[in-house]
Structure formats: C-alpha cells, structure tokens
Design a protein around this ligand. Structure first.
Ligand code: NAD
Ligand code: DAU
Length: 350
C-alpha cells in the first residue's frame, strides 16, 4: 500500500518530466500518477527511463475535460496534486490566446474543483501545489527584483492566463479552505526543453547551421534556473511550504539574451571543435515580440531563508550539461522538430 498518491499534471512536458522523475526515484513509497494530454509539448520519451517503475502510472487526460478529470481523481484518490500542465510558450499565446485560457485557466479550475470534491473538507494531509511563473509580475526596469509581494501585472496572453490561474488557486484557499502552495519560478533551461524556447532553439539551429533569431535589440533580460533545480524546489515547497503561501524560485542569474546566446555559441564552438566565433556568425536580429517584457529577475530570499533552498549548479555548468544532453540526444531533437514544428517555425520566423 503506497504511503501517498501524488497526481502530477503536465508530467510529460519539459519541467513536469523532471518533477516526475525526482518524485518517482526519491519516494519509492509514493504512487506517482502522471496526468498529461500529450499535446505537441508532451512527450513520453522524456520519461522512458522511469516508465516501468512500479510506483509510476501514466494517464492520458485533458484538464479542460472536467468530467474526465473528476473520474481520474475518483479512481486514483490523490492526496497531493502538483499542477504543471499548461500551454507554456509566449509566442504561441500571441497567435492563439484562447487555447491558453482553456488550459491554463479553465483547466486549473477543473483540477481545483476535482480536488475540492474528492477531499470534501477533509484536508488532513492534503496539498494542491500550483506551479506558476515569474511572468505574472510583468516587467522590471533596469533595477529591482520580483518578491512574493510584487503586484501582478501580466502583459502577454500567456502571463495573463497564468496570473488568472494563480488567483483562482488562492481564491479556493481563501473561500473553501483548500490547502494550497504556489511557486513562481524564473526561466528554466535544461534537457528535454522544447526547441521553440530560446536556448534549445539556438542549440538546434547551431547544429543545423540556421540563423539564431534574436528579438529586437537582444537586451531583454531573463533570470535562468537549471530545470533539475526547479524540480528540487517543487519537492521542497510541496513537502515543507506553508499552507496558503507562495514562493519565488530563481537563482539570481540574470542574462541579457544576446550575452546568453554568445555564451551558448562559445560553448558550442568548443564542443563541436569549430573555430572560435563560428556559431555566433549565425546571430540574426529579427522583429521583436509584441508586448515583450524587458526584464525578469526573481528575489529568491524567502525560499532560501524559510526552506534552505539553493540551486546546485552555476549557469555555465548547467548550460554545458544542457548542450551535452542535446548533442547526445539528437534523435529526440529530430523527433520533436519534425511534423507540427516545421509549420510553427515557418509562421513564427519567416
Ligand atoms: P511544456 O509546454 O514543456 O509542458 C506542458 C505539458 O502540459 C505538456 O506535457 C503538455 O502535453 C501538457 N498539457 C498541455 N495542455 C494540457 C491539457 N489541456 N491537459 C493536460 N495536459 C496538458 O511546459 P513547461 O515549460 O514544462 O512548463 C510547465 C509548467 O511550469 C507550466 O505551468 C509553466 O507555466 C510553468 N513554468 C515554466 C517555466 C519555464 O521556463 N518553462 C518557468 C516557470 C514556470
Ligand atoms: O519566466 C518564466 C517563463 O519563461 C515561463 O513562464 C515560460 O513558460 C517560458 O516559456 C519562458 O518564457 P520566455 O518568453 O521568457 O522564454 P523564451 O525562451 O520564449 O524567450 C526567452 C527570451 O528570449 C525572451 O526575452 C524572448 C527571447 N527570444 C525568444 C525566442 C523564442 C528571442 O530573442 N528569440 C527567440 O526566437
């Protein structure tokens, strides 16, 4: 008999797959149920090393389907939920906002309702962990950091949908007493990152000798965290976070996009034994993203002070591990860039 059953949504995606692996391997007496619709971003190949573990179950379900979600809750009776399923790419949200409202807002409310019905006011040992983003805070100028008290000010349809989902999670805590925790993390990078996002897109394009598209002047700034360090933070907050609280997660690691891409090119030149400066010749400045937030930067003091959290790798180390992973997993890259990716890429960049 398992000690706990934890339902993880979006576990076939980039971050979700690392969270699932962390929990399956670290907690053999937990039953981990991975619920995922397997959209373009979901890929069971991300989990092939743990797919046969006896404490792991995969369920294909769409969180916008309220009836199906309730049936899954009633079948598996999770006492914990870690919710990562989402439409996650800002550029896609600009092209198709409605699908972001459906999954990120309605889907989250469907999960909250299912937890509320299943737990039926018996909240002992129960927890709903909502995984969110720093983008809900909007944009910073040249200075300052986002704290947990920064007012929400989302600008893209993606961040507006995530902000809305955060509000619903807090509303279910305040109104119905649902035991919740939230994490708002900065930009992740690492293995299994879908190559629509800046870092894996540039790795893929260097490998294929294609232009590296930099939006606007390239001075936009993001705060990057290695994905395994995000998974460790989720583990910590899920188990030790204070009920009703939010935790910002980040590594105090800001990079301007252009500097980051130059560092990526430098490392790839070395690893591919190319002449220094060769990959950087592919850098191409392209039309800016509409509503592009200038700068994100997380103040991760609370999670550090309250829960003792610290990232485990420097950015240079994490980036090196990430590039190595892509070099060793080119079949994965080829699989995810065939099909739908080609039409997405053509519409986004040409
Ligand atoms: P991703 O796009 O790689 O994966 C999303 C997963 O959700 C996929 O497996 C997909 O199949 C699944 N999914 C999508 N719609 C679904 C639906 N309707 N029903 C069930 N499953 C569905 O995303 P990611 O980058 O791994 O992000 C995971 C979560 O973390 C998201 O909630 C995102 O907002 C948040 N987040 C991401 C980052 C980042 O840098 N990527 C940073 C902070 C927070
Ligand atoms: O901050 C957390 C967020 O980080 C997450 O909530 C999102 O799910 C995740 O996608 C990510 O959002 P960003 O928009 O910051 O990530 P992206 O990789 O798309 O872009 C990073 C920066 O690089 C951003 O300033 C836009 C720029 N960019 C992006 C792409 C895809 C380019 O210059 N060129 C590109 O082709």
């Amino acid at each position: 008999m398992s000690k706990r059953t934890i339902l993880i949504t979006g576990g076939a995606g980039f971050i979700g797959s690392h969270v699932v692996r962390e929990f399956v391997l670290k907690y053999p007496d937990y039953h981990i149920v991975n619920l995922d619709a397997l959209t373009y971003a979901g890929n069971l190949a991300n989990l092939k090393d743990i797919a046969e573990k006896s404490n792991y179950t995969f369920v294909k379900a769409d969180i916008t389907d309220a009836k199906h979600i309730l049936a899954v809750f009633q079948e598996y009776k999770p006492d914990g939920v870690i919710h990562l399923a989402a439409e996650s790419h800002v550029d896609r949200s600009i092209a198709d906002p409605t699908s972001f409202v459906m999954t990120n807002v309605i889907g989250t409310v469907n999960l909250l309702n299912a937890a509320k019905i299943l737990w039926d006011n018996n909240f002992d040992g129960k927890r709903f962990h909502h995984v969110s983003t720093d983008e809900v805070y909007g944009t910073l100028g040249e200075n300052g950091l986002f704290t947990e008290d920064t007012a929400y000010d989302p600008h893209s349809p993606y961040s507006a949908s995530k902000a809305s989902s955060d509000h619903f999670v807090r509303a279910y805590h305040d109104t119905y007493g649902l035991p919740v925790v939230l994490t708002n993390c900065s930009n992740n990078y690492g293995p299994n990152h879908f190559p629509e996002k800046l870092i894996p897109l540039c790795i893929h394009n260097v490998l294929n000798n294609r232009p590296l598209p930099i939006y606007g002047d390239g001075k936009f700034t993001r705060d990057w965290l290695f994905v395994i360090d995000h998974a460790r933070a989720v583990d910590l907050v899920f188990h030790k976070g204070v009920n009703g609280s939010s935790y910002n997660v980040g590594g105090f690691n800001e990079w301007k996009n252009i500097d980051l891409v130059k560092e990526l090119c430098r490392q790839m030149d070395q690893k591919l034994k190319k002449q220094h400066g060769e990959s950087a010749k592919l850098i191409t400045f392209v039309r800016d993203r509409p509503g592009h937030d200038l700068r994100y930067a997380i103040d991760a003091t609370k999670i550090n002070k309250e829960l003792g959290y610290q990232p485990s790798v420097t950015f240079e180390e994490g980036l090196s591990k990430t590039i190595d992973w892509y070099l060793n997993n080119q079949e994965w890259l080829n699989d995810v860039t065939s099909g739908e990716y080609q039409s997405y890429y053509a519409a986004q960049y040409l």
